[in-house]
Design a binder for this molecule. Structure first.
Ligand code: CP3
Length: 341
């Protein structure tokens, strides 16, 4: 039994005294204790060493006491496991030297055995669960197939992922084959994570908003729906799509337990578009954490009033930025804990 089960209860839609809080990308670069480890070990060493990854996962919890922890890893461990080389270049971000652009490229992409390729993640989960001591739930995650395709085809980060979109529009059959391989790998991976002990999973469709609503229905949504269908009887699933307010309806009726929203969609509109009954998660503008702590607290209380305390998980509208002062992150979490109707 998990001692603080606020997060799991909110995912079930149960009434709570206050909503739970965690922050997307909470395990990372704004924390000095993380930067210490970052000096000593490169990115994938941190991901692949259970002792390091579990330590990084619990660092923000020790400091701020969020209501859920998210496993330290990356969405790009999936293409890596599928035999696509992924590097994390300092001051540049992800770099995939052999992007997938042709039929030949695609044929080399494998749907791997999860234990052989990503067993280290399961070991990290075991170790992290020990460190968390059942105090709070642990969230596992994966990128959406479309978001993973973006990196596989583009070969690096991008503001608009033109090459990835171009690939889908000029070679739709190849795109769908790649999306299906990613989906099959992701489903097996998330199932293994649940078996290893995560209490919920989140699918990050970080680049869903790059697609038109029509193209989203072809290249992103059906694959996320497959993941939800495969996972929902084993674990609560949260679906987050950056810039995907237009898909809130599908997300809300998909069988997911909760739907993430970014800060460009108001609470009122998100409730309206999602049908009013699903748990929502979000949506503080990450740059708003640069406001003074007192202002952050007022804005967080206002946000909770707008979403309502029930069927709601307080979060940012996207990942925390690296330059956020520690006391501002603390103000965000404390504001939620201090919230009273
Ligand atoms: O949420 C957490 O704290 C858990 C850890 C986590 C990381 N990446 C660690 C990380 C999670 C959930 C992710 C997800 C992720 N990774 C996404 C989806 C979420 C989102 O923000 O949209 C995406 C698109 C990626 C791909 C990725 N990984 C990029 C673009 C970069 C470089 C830019 C950046 O954010 O720094 C990474 C590297 C990465 N992943 C870092 C961390 C802490 C920083 C690199 C480092 O520490 O050396």
């Amino acid at each position: 039994m998990i001692k603080n089960d606020l997060f799991l209860r909110a995912l079930k839609g149960e009434s709570v005294d206050r909503p739970p809080v965690w922050m997307m990308r909470q395990a990372g670069r704004y924390l000095p204790e993380f930067m210490e480890l970052r000096k000593k070990y490169d990115f994938f060493t941190r991901c692949q060493t259970p002792e390091l990854a579990s330590e990084i996962t619990v660092q923000p919890i020790r400091r701020y006491g969020m209501d859920a922890a998210i496993l330290f890893s990356d969405i790009l461990v999936i293409p890596q496991a599928m035999d696509i080389e992924v590097q994390m270049k300092p001051n540049f971000g992800p770099y995939l030297p052999n992007p997938i652009r042709t039929k030949d490229d695609l044929e080399k992409v494998i749907v791997p055995n999860i234990q052989d390729t990503l067993g280290y993640v399961m070991d990290t989960i075991t170790l992290t669960k020990e460190k968390l001591n059942d105090d709070i739930p642990l969230i596992g995650f994966a990128g959406s197939p479309w978001t993973i395709l973006c990196y596989c085809v583009e070969g690096q980060g991008s503001k608009s992922f033109d090459k990835a979109r171009g690939f889908c529009f000029t070679q739709p059959e190849l795109a769908h084959q790649l999306l299906q391989k990613i989906t099959d790998t992701t489903i097996a991976y998330l199932k293994a994570k649940v078996k290893a002990g995560v209490n919920a999973v989140q699918v990050f469709d970080s680049w869903g908003g790059m697609l038109s609503p029509t193209d989203y229905q072809e290249f992103s949504w059906p694959y996320i729906q497959q993941i939800v269908d495969a996972l929902k009887d084993e674990s609560p699933v949260i679906v987050f799509g950056k810039g995907c307010w237009f898909a809130l309806k599908e997300m809300a009726i998909s069988g997911a337990s909760a739907v993430g929203v970014d800060w460009t969609c108001s609470a009122k509109n998100a409730r309206y578009l999602s049908g009013g009954n699903i748990t929502l998660q979000g949506n503080f503008d990450p740059a708003r954490l640069l406001s003074p702590p007192e202002k952050i607290k007022t804005m967080v209380h206002q946000m909770i009033r707008e979403f309502g305390k029930d069927k709601y998980v307080v979060n940012l509208g996207h990942g925390i930025l690296p330059n956020i002062p520690l006391e501002n992150a603390k103000a965000f979490v404390d504001a939620v804990k201090e919230y009273q109707e």
